[in-house]
Design a protein around this ligand. Structure first.
Ligand code: UDX
Length: 446
């Protein structure tokens, strides 16, 4: 069974979801207000860096299964299922801004009403939205149209950047929130090709689906904060947190994932979703103590790391060159949203350090923020030449495979602050580095 599907918003989520639905044989119309982006997409260009996406996108364009347009009415007219993949950016108070979601719903309803469309339309919200959003969308549907065949579904995405295509084609789970059994069946049919006969389709009411998304991200953020909190304790006790991680992660009740201590979580989801969940809990006076601490630990962790660097140099960075490896908030992406590297850069610029940076993918995006206040280098080795210290902010594979002897030769001083534990402690000791990592004993040359 194939469906006519509209996707409103060709950002990260919309583009990956739309392309993967085309891959399973559906007919896709993807809409965005950004005409330049639409032109690029129609010619097979991919505006984001996501492994595997370009190949599937180009194939489905060739097969005429996916097209991009800036005309939203084309999708409303032709598509039974309309996915809303719109940004829900944080307001100043931390709450999620539903402006785009509600405005597009209104546009859809107004068009349906003015063109007397009576066929079934299923509006599926794929954006991360606070509990009660589906009710708000339904209220607009009721107020703006007489068509009784419009349904509202909550279908949160769980895509992690770098693995989004893989996760879409073979999802760990599909969460669909609808109180209408028939619509639930349609959604199950849509997802059937991706389920591989495995029971991972979870049908629930709209509100539960909405909370599931925030709970999933907050839980993962909490695991990271647990390890980051423990990292301080391990450092002070001369214990290696990586051993502790291996020891606890092998218990199936704990599991090995999201237990890497580091300089704190970043990205477009965890910080924003934790804040939004906290905001919504305050609205109803239901304190989420653990989530609040999760956020506080994350903020403390990056400050603790920056302090290690500044106290080593006694706050004096005059004539000091500091190399920074990794600008993206995590490897395999060019995304710099809420990247811990940015907090490091800001703090060191404040102290007038001379910063030499390198990232395999995120330098263009970084330039848009920091311009010429930092210096960009074409390779990790170029960036460390004559540096007084190296700071590792992102665990790109190429950094892990770096030739540390070469590093020692190139650097002015053998000093590394590693926010991602990519180097071996024994090797660092042997080579005479001052090596400060996270939750592991300090290696010092003396
Ligand atoms: C996350 C969720 O994984 C995804 O399901 C959701 O839909 C969106 O948010 P993403 O933001 O792409 O995806 O990245 P993820 O790989 O989850 O990493 C988030 C942050 O946590 C990164 O800054 C990463 O460096 C950090 N992290 C992750 C750790 O510090 N330690 C870990 O063990 C894992």
């Amino acid at each position: 069974m194939s469906f006519k599907i509209g996707v409103i918003g060709t950002g990260y989520v919309g583009l990956v979801s739309g392309t993967c639905f085309a891959e399973s044989g559906n007919q896709l119309i993807c809409v965005d207000i950004d005409e330049q982006k639409i032109a690029k997409l129609n010619s097979g260009g991919v505006p984001i860096y996501e492994p595997g996406l370009d190949v599937i996108l180009q194939r489905n364009i060739r097969l005429n299964r996916i097209k991009f347009t800036s005309d939203i009415t084309e999708a409303i007219r032709n598509c039974e299922i309309i996915f809303l993949c719109l940004p829900t950016p944080p307001n100043e108070d931390g709450s999620a801004d539903l402006g785009y979601v509600l405005a597009v719903t209104e546009t859809i309803c107004n068009y349906i009403e003015s063109h007397s469309i009576t066929d079934r339309r299923i509006i599926v919200n794929r954006s991360t939205v606070p509990v009660g959003t589906a009710d708000k969308v339904k209220a607009i549907v009721q107020a703006k149209t007489t068509n009784k065949n419009i349904h509202v579904v909550s279908n949160p995405e769980f895509l992690a950047e770098g693995f989004a295509v893989e996760e879409s084609l073979n999802p760990s789970r599909v969460v669909v929130g609808t109180s209408n059994a028939e619509i639930g069946k349609v959604m199950q049919e849509l997802y059937e090709p991706f389920l591989n006969g495995v029971n991972k389709f979870f049908l629930m009411d709209e509100r539960s689906a909405e909370v599931t998304k925030y709970a999933a991200n907050s839980f993962l953020a909490m695991r990271i904060s647990f390890m980051n909190d423990l990292s301080n304790y391990c450092e002070l006790n001369n214990v290696n947190i990586d051993n502790v991680k291996a020891g606890i992660g092998s218990d199936p009740r704990v599991g090995p994932y999201f237990l890497n201590a580091g300089i704190g979580y970043g990205g477009s989801c965890f910080p924003k979703d934790v804040r939004a969940l906290l905001y919504s809990s305050e609205e109803i006076n239901a304190t989420l103590t653990l989530i609040r601490e999760t956020q506080a630990i994350n903020q403390k962790q990056i400050q603790r790391f920056i302090s290690k660097v500044t106290s080593y140099f006694q706050n004096d960075f005059s004539n000091k060159t500091i190399a920074i490896w990794g600008l993206a908030f995590k490897p395999d992406t060019d995304d710099i949203r809420e990247a811990p590297s940015f907090a490091v850069i800001r703090a060191l610029l404040e102290l007038s350090a001379n910063l030499h940076v390198y990232d395999p993918e995120a330098m263009e995006n970084t330039k848009l923020h920091f311009g010429d206040s930092i210096t960009y280098f074409p390779s990790m080795y170029d960036a460390v030449r004559n540096a007084d210290a190296l700071i590792v902010c992102t665990e790109w594979k190429e950094f892990k495979a770096a030739d540390v002897e070469e590093l020692k030769k190139l650097m002015k001083n053998s000093v590394i602050f590693d926010g991602r534990n990519i180097f071996d402690l024994t090797l660092m000791k042997e080579l005479g580095f001052h090596y400060a990592s996270i939750g592991r004993p300090l290696v010092s040359p003396n």
